[in-house]
Design a binder for this molecule. Structure first.
Ligand code: NAP
Length: 482
């Protein structure tokens, strides 16, 4: 070999090494930005900035990946980017706040589906005629994981979406022998996984594995009631991260491994937080059925002759004499979209020297942070939103607690009845306030499906009606007395 050729080879090898180092450093930077972004997301005040920092990390990861794989057809990527970006933007703008959990569910599903397709394509490429060497065991094992977890995530998420969107029955569908079918499907998937590792060139094994995982995804989610879907969606979010991390091992892409692991871990932490806030185990959510217990008190036992209805004028009169008011929002606030009226009422009361705080339960609404997001939309200052531990000791010194569309999170049965489905769930102690005003349309139960003795308590007044309408009545009556 001539000296020139030797030097050329040396330089091109060194250039390839530098290139790898730069690419890996860029992935590391992206990973650091993801972690800083996630940290920001844990606090509402820093959430928007956190989101932006995470997005910049993702942009760096995408650009580096595209530059790294310079055999890619940019036309297809640009077309995919435009179509996907347009669909995402339209959905993000159009979606109702109350439909957010199912949209997140759908996005998780797409993540799982993408992992299945990318890992499958990589396997076909690695075993095709153009491949220089047979795929490594790391790659085939990771492909098995991607196909299995991704298949479960895609179909499980579609079922979760259908249940929340109302296209599939919300009820728990309990198929006979479902546990045996699930075990058989898992065994089939394990056998197929081993076959893929032993004989990666046979493409059918992979798609059979994906088919088994898909059926498993449907069967695992269909027996869970619609009410528990937010927890299931959070769990599937974690699965989509695990599938993405596995795909990262398939492609030997450090960025994808790190990003997938972060999604997997944060989804799992969120699932745990939700379960703790409901005082339920994950096993109880996934395998149990939430609902009223047989033999528990009926709505008639609790409410007959004891419920006192009130009017907007009467509530306004009570508020006139109040010095401290705590507003407790729940799912009904999101349904009636009354956040702006809540803000107007707060401003009106504060202008009269009343101290107003908000009591926020960690699982009020249908997704974590649901109430924080709604109230932030109406520019209610974040300092006013008090977490359960902070606000509970103040209810005894509170003149009026206004409960708007909340039910389970203020149900005292959680403290008193160990057989109740919400037994042990920490609640907001509104019943300790001097007067409680509950705004809801009827005596219908909430998410847990059980009656609420708070509505029949001596110090409770029920203002029946849609949240927004009822608040407008109170505001109008208060203005008249000004
Ligand atoms: P909830 O117990 O589900 O009760 C909501 C109440 O809102 C209903 O009783 C309903 O009564 C009322 N409502 C509905 N539409 C209304 C409207 N337009 N105007 C006024 N009221 C309206 O809600 P919550 O107290 O917020 O409790 C949340 C529940 O969801 C908890 O059991 C929690 O465990 C569960 N959960 C939460 C999450 C989460 O992440 N946040 C996740 C999973 C499960 P009417 O029909 O009589 O109006």
């Amino acid at each position: 070999m001539s000296i020139e050729l030797l030097l050329d080879n040396l330089f091109s090898a060194a250039a390839a090494d530098y290139r790898r180092v730069i690419i890996n450093l860029a992935y590391l930077l992206a990973a650091v930005l993801f972690v800083i972004g996630l940290k920001g997301l844990s606090h509402p005040r820093k959430a928007v900035k956190g989101n932006l920092i995470g997005s910049i990390g993702m942009l760096i990861a995408i650009v580096v990946t595209l530059l790294d794989r310079n055999i890619i057809s940019y036309e297809m990527i640009i077309i995919g980017f435009i179509v996907g970006g347009a669909v995402g933007a339209i959905l993000a703008v159009k979606i109702e706040m109350t439909a957010m959990p199912q949209m997140v569910g759908l996005f998780n599903g797409f993540g799982g589906g993408a992992s299945v397709l990318v890992a499958g394509a990589a396997l076909i490429e690695a075993t095709g005629a153009m491949a220089s060497a047979p795929p490594s065991t790391q790659m085939t094992v990771a492909t098995v994981f991607s196909g299995f977890v991704g298949g479960i995530t895609f179909w499980g998420s579609l079922v979760a979406f259908g249940k929340l969107a109302g296209t599939i029955t919300e009820k728990a569908v309990l198929l006979p022998a479902r546990h045996i079918i699930n075990i058989l499907l898992t065994i089939a998937a394990i056998v197929l996984g081993v076959l893929i590792v032993l004989d990666p060139a046979n493409p059918y094994y992979y798609w059979y594995l994906v088919a088994a995982a898909s059926v498993l995804g449907v069967l695992l989610v269909i027996p869970i009631g619609g009410a528990d879907m937010p927890v299931v969606i959070s769990l599937l979010n974690s699965y989509s991260g695990i599938a993405a991390a596995a795909t990262g091992f398939v492609l030997s892409n450090n960025g994808l491994i790190i990003a997938g692991s972060l999604v997997g871990a944060s989804g799992l932490i969120l699932t745990k937080i939700m379960c703790v806030a409901m005082n339920r185990s994950l096993t109880n959510v996934v395998f149990g059925v939430l609902g009223p217990t047989a033999g528990g008190p009926t709505a008639d036992d609790i409410y007959a002759g004891k419920v006192k209805a009130t009017s907007g004028e009467e509530v306004a009169m009570i508020l006139e004499g109040a010095r401290r008011v705590v507003i407790v929002p729940g799912y009904g606030l999101a349904v009636s979209q009354a956040q702006y009226q809540v803000r107007d009422l707060t401003n009106l009361l504060e202008a009269r020297g009343v101290e107003v705080d908000f009591g926020i339960h960690p699982v009020a609404g249908r997704m974590p942070g649901h109430m924080n997001v709604l109230l932030a939309e109406a520019n209610i200052p974040y300092e006013k939103l008090k977490e359960m531990d902070e606000v509970n000791p103040t209810f005894a010194q509170t003149d009026v607690a206004i409960v708007i569309g909340a039910n389970d999170v203020v149900n005292p049965v959680a403290r008193t009845d160990p057989s109740s489905p919400i037994a042990g769930m920490p609640i907001l102690d509104v019943d300790k306030a001097r007067t409680v005003v509950v705004i809801k349309r009827s005596l219908s139960p909430g998410f847990a499906g059980i009656p609420n003795p708070l509505f029949a308590a001596d110090n409770t007044l029920m203002l029946f009606g849609d949240g927004k309408k009822a608040l407008l009545e109170i505001i109008a009556a208060l203005k008249e007395t000004a």
